[in-house]
Design a protein around this ligand. Structure first.
Ligand SMILES: [Mg+2]
Length: 352
C-alpha cells in the first residue's frame, strides 16, 4: 500500500511578498512591513521584512528605530491586514481546490492530508500546487512533505525559502538528528532551555536520552516529545472550516474615544463569542476586532493566539490588545469581535 503523505505549505515572507506584488517598485530594495502608520512609524515594530533588509541584519519583531539604524535606506511600509487576509483567502481557496482535508494553521500556513497517495504522487501534487500559487497568485511559498503533520512542517521550515522538500520514513533519522531541539514543533523556548540544562541540545540527543528522565521533567509530554524526536509522528491534519468565523457586533450607547468604555463592550462581546464557539463545538486560534468610527469608516485587525483556545478571556485579551491602537483620536460608534481559524473540539491533540 502506498504511504500516507502530509503536505505542509508556508508562504515565504508573506506580508512582504504581498506588498511586493502590488508595489513591484519595492522589489530588490530593502523594506520592512511595520505595525504603525507611516506618520508614527518609529513607535512600531517590524512585522516582516524582505531579503534585502535581512542582509542588513533587520529581523521580525525588531523595533523600527533599530531597523533604520541598521539600514538607513530602508523603506517603511505600514501593514494592511485586510489586504493580507484577502491574499490569504486566495491561497487557502487554491489549496482547498484539491479537495483534501486542510488545516489552516495561520494566515499563511496550512497542512494538507494527502492520504495514502504515496510519495511520487505527493511530489507531483506538491510541485503543481507550488507552481499554481506562484503563477495564479504571484506569491512564493515553500512546501514540505512527510508522513506526519509535524514532520512535514519541519521539512517545510528546513526548505525555506522558495523551496520544496520531501522526507520519507527512511530519511527521517538523518533529517532530524543534528537539528536543535527547538526545531521540533511544540518545543518552545522554555522547554528548549530546560532540555539544554539536561545536556540535550539536538533532536538526536533527545531521541537517545533515557525516557524516565524526560517523564521526570515533563510528564507524559516528555514521552510524546521523544517519540517525535525518534520520527514517530502520528499527528493528524484536523480540518478547519473554510470561511467559518463566529462574531458579534454592537453599537455603543454613545460614541466614545474612551478605551475603558470600548473595553467593557469588548468584554461582553468576547464572552458571547466564546459561548457560541463552545455551543458549536469549536476552538479558535484567530481573534479579530472591528472598530467603526463616527464617520462610518471602519478598521479590522486580527491576530493569532499561540494555541487554539475556547476562552472568552483569551478573546478579550487579544481584542483589547488590537483595539488599543485603534481607539485614540477618533470617536468609535460600533465595535465587533470575531474568532476564526476554527478547530472542531473532537479529535484534539495536545502539544507539549
Ligand atoms: Mg510564512
Amino acid at each position: 500500500m502506498a504511504e500516507t503523505a502530509v503536505l505542509f505549505i508556508d508562504m515565504d515572507y508573506f506580508f512582504a511578498a504581498c506588498e511586493e506584488l502590488r508595489r513591484p517598485e519595492l522589489k530588490g530594495r530593502p523594506f520592512v512591513v511595520g505595525t504603525h502608520p507611516e506618520k508614527d512609524r518609529f513607535r512600531g515594530v517590524v512585522q516582516t521584512c524582505n531579503y534585502e533588509a535581512r542582509k542588513f541584519g533587520v529581523r521580525s519583531a525588531m523595533s523600527v528605530t533599530k531597523a533604520f539604524e541598521l539600514c538607513k535606506d530602508l523603506i517603511y511600509v505600514p501593514d494592511d491586514w485586510r489586504y493580507y487576509e484577502e491574499m490569504s483567502a486566495k491561497v487557502m481557496q487554491l489549496i482547498r481546490s484539491y479537495s483534501f482535508p486542510v488545516e489552516q494553521d495561520s494566515v499563511d500556513e496550512a497542512a494538507v492530508d494527502l492520504g495514502k497517495t504515496g510519495y511520487d504522487e505527493a511530489k507531483r501534487i506538491g510541485e503543481e500546487l507550488k507552481g499554481k500559487v506562484n503563477a495564479e497568485i504571484g506569491l512564493p511559498c515553500t512546501i514540505g512533505i512527510s508522513y506526519g503533520k509535524y514532520l512535514a512542517k519541519m521539512v517545510c521550515d528546513a526548505s525555506k525559502p522558495n523551496g520544496f522538500g520531501i522526507v520519507t520514513e527512511k530519511e527521517t533519522e538523518r533529517f532530524l538528528k543534528d537539528k536543535a531541539v527547538g526545531k521540533l514543533p511544540g518545543v518552545g523556548e522554555k522547554t528548549e532551555a530546560k532540555l539544554k540544562s539536561m545536556g540535550i541540545t539536538t533532536i538526536g540527543e533527545l531521541a537517545r536520552v533515557n525516557p524516565v528522565t524526560l517523564i521526570d521533567k515533563f510528564g507524559s509530554a516528555g514521552v510524546d516529545m521523544q517519540q517525535l524526536a525518534k520520527g514517530v509522528d502520528d499527528s493528524k491534519v484536523v480540518s478547519t472550516e473554510e470561511t467559518l468565523s463566529i462574531g458579534r457586533q454592537s453599537t455603543l450607547y454613545q460614541n466614545t474615544d474612551d478605551i475603558v468604555v470600548v473595553g467593557k463592550k469588548l468584554r461582553e462581546l468576547s464572552d458571547e463569542v466564546a459561548r457560541e464557539a463552545e455551543r458549536k463545538g469549536f476552538r479558535f486560534k484567530n481573534v479579530g476586532v472591528m472598530v467603526r468610527y463616527e464617520d462610518f469608516t471602519q478598521i479590522t485587525r486580527s491576530a493569532n493566539l499561540r494555541h487554539y483556545s475556547s476562552s472568552g478571556d483569551d478573546i478579550y485579551a487579544a481584542a483589547m490588545a488590537l483595539a488599543k491602537g485603534l481607539v485614540s483620536e477618533r470617536k468609535v460608534r460600533k465595535v465587533g469581535v470575531r474568532v476564526a481559524s476554527l478547530l472542531e473540539t473532537k479529535g484534539q491533540k495536545a502539544l507539549f
